[in-house]
Design a binder for this molecule. Structure first.
Ligand code: FEO
Length: 389
């Protein structure tokens, strides 16, 4: 029998583990994920979020190890996205009187996604509190982190922030609390999650951090991945840095190549940035996943994108990457466009245009006809050196 995990007296993780998830809306998830739900056993028995619908039985099995799920009085829906709301109907079927709390936008979203006509929906706003008996929950709306409906809640008695998608990671695990895992692995997965889901909403994350900044937090319980306790200060510090757009002295070089000429240019940039004492990350798009590139873009100063010219355009892989990058909208970064061409050379200005439209300051665009000679590369690097300093 799958067991709940006790986090604090009367507070259990009762979620589900999706060991085999390998893609979340195109974001590669080689370590799978979890859908976290939390059960609070108090005078009012409360469930915070649910799980993706196919995992409802797993959640109910865990809840049943503590109490009869039909005894749940309150269900809090922090976020309408179906990886968290997918099993609300199962709880409502067991107890039609269960009070389902969400934000106003959340109630609208639940009504749009589900047949919620028989549900006992109630709405809360920032600052509202719910007394469960011995414990309380105070709500904070966090719109656009990362849907309009998101909210989080704080339990002062246990100093727990139930943060929904914020602070999450796609990281399947069996121990639930962070102390069971190497710090760098869970922080890296949190960074990948930030770069691929949260990044466009960094201003809203700043507001969330401000809203909870005065609260003594001893645990953050997100809706994916591990619960933060041991590495709490580290993850809060990372969220401060990532949401502020802090960079670490790093260049990300992304390219496609047909016969190795654009690759020569990409590798020349590696030497240049290394000589300038910057950390460098190089990705050949054919062999890399765009979501891994984005993990490194989170704190990069420079993003350099190269493609040969193919059929008067850039390669499809480069275009796909630029489309993904534009949606995730990193702010305040500098960029370079480069590539080799046989005739035409349209890919290089097209890349520069896409980067500028994505909000980058494009420092340089360089096209080299056919194979770059050592002299051409040296001359180009000298130009770039002046521009990046
Ligand atoms: Fe994990 Fe936005 O759902």
């Amino acid at each position: 029998m799958r067991k709940p995990i006790l986090l604090r007296k009367g507070i259990y993780w009762v979620g589900a583990v999706d060991w085999n998830l390998r893609s979340f809306h195109g974001y590669s998830t080689p370590r799978g994920s979890t859908y976290n739900a939390y059960l609070v056993v108090d005078d009012k028995i409360t469930l915070i979020d649910t799980v993706k619908e196919p995992f409802a039985d797993e959640m109910l099995e865990r809840i049943s190890a503590v109490i009869d799920p039909s005894r749940i009085d309150i269900l809090i829906s922090n976020h309408v996205e179906m990886d968290h709301s997918g099993a609300i109907g199962r709880i409502a079927d067991l107890n039609p009187d269960v009070e389902i709390y969400s934000s106003v936008a959340g109630a609208r979203g639940l009504a749009a996604h589900f047949d919620s006509s028989g549900w006992n929906l109630k709405t809360v706003k920032s600052g509202d509190s719910l007394n469960l008996g011995g414990k309380n929950l105070t709500f904070y709306q966090t719109p656009m982190v990362h849907w309009p409906d998101n909210m989080v809640e704080y339990m002062p008695e246990e100093k727990i922030l139930f943060s929904n998608d914020s602070f999450g990671q796609h990281f399947a695990n069996s121990l639930v609390v962070d102390r069971g895992y190497p710090r760098d692995i869970v922080l890296d997965e949190a960074k990948k999650y930030y770069g691929n889901i949260v990044l466009p909403y960094s201003p809203q994350v700043r507001k969330e951090l401000e809203a909870v900044s005065g609260l003594p937090i001893g645990m953050i319980a997100p809706s994916h991945g591990v619960v933060w306790e041991k590495y709490l200060q580290e993850i809060i510090g990372r969220y401060e840095d990532w949401s502020a757009g802090c960079t670490v002295g790093k260049a990300v070089i992304v390219y496609d190549t047909m016969w190795g000429s654009t690759e020569k240019m990409a590798k020349a940039l590696v030497s240049l940035f290394s000589e300038e004492d910057l950390e460098v990350r190089l990705f050949r798009l054919e062999d890399s996943h765009v979501s891994d590139v984005m993990t490194d873009v989170v704190d990069a100063d420079f993003v350099c994108v190269g493609s040969p010219t193919l059929n008067n355009r850039m390669t499809a892989g480069t275009a796909g990457f630029l489309e993904y990058l534009t949606g995730l909208a990193p702010k305040g970064r500098k960029a370079l466009s480069f590539g080799s061409y046989g005739w035409g050379g349209q890919s290089i200005p097209l890349i520069a245009k896409a980067l500028a439209e994505a909000g980058f300051e494009v420092l340089d665009e360089k096209k080299i006809n056919y194979r770059p000679s050592p002299g051409q590369l040296e001359e180009w690097l000298e130009e770039v050196r002046k521009k990046i300093r």
